[in-house]
Design a protein around this ligand. Sequence first.
Ligand code: KMH
Ligand code: ZN
Length: 280
Amino acid sequence: MQNDPLIITCAPVGAELTKKDLPNLPVTPDEIAKAASEAVRAGASIIHLHVRDEWGRPSQKPGIFQAVTAKIRECCDCIIQYSTGGAVGTALRDREAPLALKPDMGTLSMGSMNFGADIFENTTETIRHIAHSLKTHHVMPELEIFDWGMVDNMITFQKQPSFPEKFHINFVLGVPGGMSGEISNLIHLIERLPQEQTWSVSGIGRYQLPLTTVAIALGGHVRVGFEDNIYYHKNEPALSNAQFVERIVRISQELNRPPATVAQSKMILGIPQIAGAKNS
Ligand code: KMH
Ligand code: ZN
């Protein structure tokens, strides 16, 4: 709804960047917890989490997710959403492993695509596996839609009784190889959703600011953070993840969409409100 509180997700790490790309990319558990708590203090209520191993490489090891989650929980209250996408090329069994820790939310990518020079593979079997894991562990899914055909996939899967009945959707627009971040693309995508379906948008790189602004005006929700964009303005690297959240909060206040609290976000998404019961 157009005046509902705005759910702001921050994706502070991602799996594709390194400190060489951005020296202030958080990669250690302490750095990730600090980035997450700054983002939450600025107005984010969901942290989309990727973690890194001791060498800073992307990892899906449950032990690392658990350690980083505990550190984030020490610093702030937020909804923690584990990535099951991992990095391009991560094996299926590794991708779904952290869901056994029963995070508040977990992602589910709805199809395969070129991802820059790589292939992000999500076969029907992969989607079925991860969907089953999310349902078995009672984790609220966020479906990641990178391209038009993934909406059709979602509609097909939704008819199957084994697929989770309730989920949030995040449109990730602007990945080279996926759907570009033109505003008209977002409009076409949301026209295919039922009125009551919650959705957010991630705009990659230069698409981030226009897409998130339009999403706020349209009654959707938004994701920002280094995973999607490292530039605050053209040729000006962002200082922190929180800097992106602060900008969104300023825009959302002008558009009469106050940032949602954690409790409000849980209510909007249908996540049980039992504080600290999950994965603390
Ligand atoms: N790293 C991308 C290949 C997710 O987190 O679920 C996939 C990704 C999606 O980031
Ligand atoms: Zn991700």
